[in-house]
Design a protein. Structure first.
Lengths: 235, 417
């Protein structure tokens, strides 16, 4: 069953008299529990596509249905609530609030969802433990390495058990070892929890753990590569 | 409620993790702004308050009794005296007699009648020195020589404004005696009758006409003016409790005794000279205007601080919105910060005002020509200013946060314009 269904997604940017078509009518579906990678060269439009699919941006044209909700019809505040309750995000630059501890960073979306302080704290600890950062609950982001910060970011994204996890080049700022750890973690979440994951990446090696790779070029999907369901090294 | 809770968490942590010196500087600016609100208008009002206080303490007293509008003297002065003796709230009173006099300083020494006589016209006040001192502490205003004893004769006090050496610059207009010092002999003439007096002291005070009168024991003044009447020109009353409420209460007691059919009874506030109330009104308007400018400056300061703070965290704000945090939660965080700056700044401002400035200006009043300026910072006025500053600060904190938060989420995350 498709949890994401995008039809004829277009995104244009207009600056003065210059119109740039970044996405030129993309049709894509993501099944529930799937791990999908979006790949392409710089300027191919992969991040822009992910912003549309993750409801961070609004397509210029096209229909987008996520978890049976037609998101194009939502107001801004409804989109915010939808993102909170349905989607999780892992950003390239970790995107943690520098003034909050690791635990508080994970707690914030949970508090927003309506969990009380104690529940949120407990859930945050479980999520942080889950990404292998036991005992680093009180650390500020500045006191963590890049890899650790990204793992806190993943913990924040999955703590509330969203339907879909979006990861925008999660390894871009990490060394190889940390990058591999982060990808393994995301793959494990997909495999163990059945979490739907959509990830943008440059690195083919990291994408090999996915079920499918969507290849993009010049704002269009040029091919879809089906991989072994159980990922890297087993196809 | 959820937004408030998250906003408080974000705001509190931002304050907690902020650079200590930056936070201190912002709080210092807020404290100065608060002081500007309190001190500038407080000193303006204090100029008049100092003048009012001086007039109350050194001239009018807490209640003043003067002749009815169509009378020259207070009728039944002795009856009034007896009534005053029965009112427990009255701590002391001074019955004053006034008389126009001519006073000549060189009457004995002037050999050449071609030389202008050292003479001026003045207003003499006949007093019981002890009673007057109990009401107005006139002895404290003697700047040269000594105060009058209760039982001696042949001595007078001269107000400094009658002497040329104290009125340099405007003596030509007012007329003043030259080279008069304590111990000198002067001739006082009333209705053609003259008598020699020794100047016992020089009186000076920035309060009403205190420094322009000539003080003579009342018996001697009445004798000199050949007046058998005991009806006085004014009676200044000092109350045990100087509050305006007691003044009103005692006035009603006196009115109930029908004193108002013999004389006009007014509290200090009612009897204040019109120029003082006029200046007070003007200074109040001026103080309010300066205060309003201060509040505008404060709100712009806070606006800039919060705007810079929010703009530097624009990406973070975008990410918070991206992960589903309600924009109200983010706005609350910035409003909380401005509330914190306003509260701590104002608290320190209050501490400096009441812990130092008020006491300092009371002990060291600003020396203005017409009064000794103090700092007036009434708690209710301070509270009123604080509430205004606080509300405006919250608004000034909210607006920049609102501007940044309503920007496109993705643009904020990516740092795009």
């Amino acid at each position: 069953m498709a949890i994401i269904s995008a039809k004829n997604i277009q995104r244009r940017f207009i600056e003065g008299k210059l119109t740039t078509n970044v996405l030129k009518g993309i049709d894509v579906e993501v099944q529930e529990g799937e791990f999908v990678a979006i790949m392409g060269k710089s300027g191919a439009g992969k991040s822009t596509l992910m912003y549309q699919l993750s409801v961070l941006d609004t397509p210029s044209e096209g229909d987008l249905e996520i978890n049976k909700v037609c998101v194009s019809e939502l107001t801004e505040s409804e989109k915010t609530a939808f993102r909170l309750n349905t989607l999780g995000y892992v950003f390239q630059n970790y995107a943690l609030v520098p003034d909050l501890s690791a635990e508080e960073n994970v707690m914030v979306p949970l508090l927003m969802r309506g969990y009380d302080w104690t529940e949120s704290k407990q859930m945050a600890k479980v999520a942080i433990d889950g990404v292998g950062l036991e005992g680093k609950y009180k650390n500020l982001p500045a006191e963590l390495s890049g890899g650790e910060q990204q793992r806190v970011s993943i913990a924040r994204a999955i703590a509330g058990k969203p339907k879909i996890l979006f990861a925008d080049e999660p390894t871009a700022n990490l060394d190889t070892v940390s990058g591999t750890q982060v990808i393994d973690l995301i793959a494990a979440i997909n495999k163990d929890e059945g979490q739907t994951v959509v990830m943008v990446t440059h690195e083919r090696e990291y994408a090999l753990g996915c079920n499918r790779i969507i290849h993009m070029e010049d704002g269009q999907v040029v091919s879809i590569e089906e991989l072994n369901k159980y990922g890297r090294g087993e196809n | 409620m959820k937004s408030l809770r998250i906003g408080l968490l974000l705001g509190f942590r931002q304050i907690q993790r902020a650079n200590f010196w930056t936070t201190s500087l912002i709080i210092f600016v807020m404290m100065l702004t608060f002081l500007n609100l309190i001190a500038v208008s407080g000193i303006l009002v204090g100029l008049i308050a100092g003048s009012e206080r001086a007039v109350q303490d050194k001239s009018i007293g807490d209640i003043i009794i003067t002749p009815l509008d169509d009378e020259e003297k207070i009728l039944q002065t002795e009856t009034i005296r007896r009534i005053l003796d029965t009112v427990p709230e009255v701590a002391s009173y001074s019955i004053r007699y006034q008389q126009g006099i001519e006073i000549t300083a060189n009457a004995k020494t002037r050999r050449d009648f071609g030389i202008e006589p050292n003479t001026i016209g003045a207003r003499a006040v006949g007093i019981n020195p002890l009673a007057e001192d109990a009401v107005t502490a006139l002895s404290e205003n003697v700047i040269e020589g000594e105060y009058l004893n209760g039982d001696e004769a042949g001595y007078i006090l001269i107000g400094a404004l009658n002497l040329e050496r104290f009125t340099a610059g405007f003596a030509d207009i007012t007329g003043a005696l030259e080279n008069v010092f304590p111990g000198d002999s002067v001739r006082v003439t009333v209705n053609g009758a003259s008598r020699e007096f020794t100047v016992k002291g020089i009186v000076n005070a920035k309060a009403g006409d205190v420094a322009s009168f000539v003080y003579i024991p009342e018996k001697e003044l009445r004798r000199l003016s050949n007046s058998a009447s005991r009806d006085a020109d004014e009676i200044a009353i000092r109350l045990a409790d100087k509050t305006p409420e007691t003044g009103i209460e005692v006035k009603s007691i006196l009115t109930a005794q029908e004193i108002d059919s013999f004389a006009k009874v007014r509290t200090f506030q009612e009897a204040l000279p019109k120029f003082i109330t006029d200046i007070k009104q003007t200074f109040n308007i001026l103080g309010t205007f300066i205060g309003a400018v201060g509040i505008i400056v404060a709100s712009i300061t806070i606006f800039i601080i919060i705007f810079i703070n929010a703009i530097s965290r624009r990406q973070q704000i975008g990410i918070l919105k991206g992960i589903g945090i309600d924009r109200r939660a983010i706005e609350v965080a910035y409003v909380l910060q401005s509330a914190f700056y306003a509260l701590i700044g104002s608290f320190l401002g209050v501490l400096v005002t009441y812990g130092f400035l008020v006491g300092y200006f009371d002990a060291n009043p600003i020396d203005f020509p017409f009064s000794d300026g103090i700092l007036v910072a009434e708690p209710i006025g301070t509270l009123y200013r604080f509430v205004i500053l606080f509300i405006i600060t919250l608004f000034a904190g909210f607006v920049p946060a609102w501007i940044i938060v309503r920007q496109n989420t993705l643009n904020s995350i990516l740092g795009r314009k």
